[in-house]
Design a protein around this ligand. Sequence first.
Ligand code: ZN
Length: 261
Amino acid sequence: MICIACGKEQQNLVNSHVVSNFIRKRLMGETKSDGSRKFSFSWVGRKDLPKQDLPKPRLMCKTCDNNLGKEVEDGIAELLMPDDVEAFDAWGDLPIRAHEIHGVFDDPLTLGVYDYPLSTQFMIEKFALSVAWRALHALAKDGEQHSCALLNSKRGANIDESVRRHLFNGACLQNTYDAFIYYWSPSTVNFITNNSGDMPFAWAELGDEGESLGVTVMFAYWVIVWPLFERDRSQYSAKLDRLNKLCFMDWVAHVSRQLAS
Ligand SMILES: [Zn+2]
């Protein structure tokens, strides 16, 4: 099996988390000394998975999986969420500002974006990209059409290489766009899951008319949108609008229906 990070044939790949385990642990209260469990998780499309776990595809060798933890994930939990995730005021202390997304509904869709000083913001962006990149590979391993086609293409191979160099070697990101990470409120999460103790987890490739537009990952209070369409300035806004619409209108509704069924 080939590790997606070092590209080497490895005897064993570890069960990697597409969405880092620290997210689940903190939200579930496992990091608290009393060990109380706060939320359960619903993984869309996989009712066989236990509610306290997340899918763990085999993506990386142990060394690379550890490196990703060190290079990208260390220190991210406290940037994304307060120590006590149920303390409403503590969320207000985080630098999350409102950001309007146009082109999805008649009225702008307002989501939260993090607004840290640049060097810190960079860590969050890198983390978001690493999650989306893992999702892209997980989707390809599951045989999803757009993701397979992209990773098998020259353009996709260049994107993949650039992301790896960015995540593991600190190189500038080339050939592709950064991934967006948005915070959505508990009321939006409730709306999606219809259950205040439940957290949605899902990832998907989104595209139409044979074109892959991007990969999206939803986990608890966040959604990541990674545009993967070709870099063409004249097309950027139209394609990003289309991707956002597929994500926030069609896919979110799909997830909500799946969770209700
Ligand atoms: Zn490796």
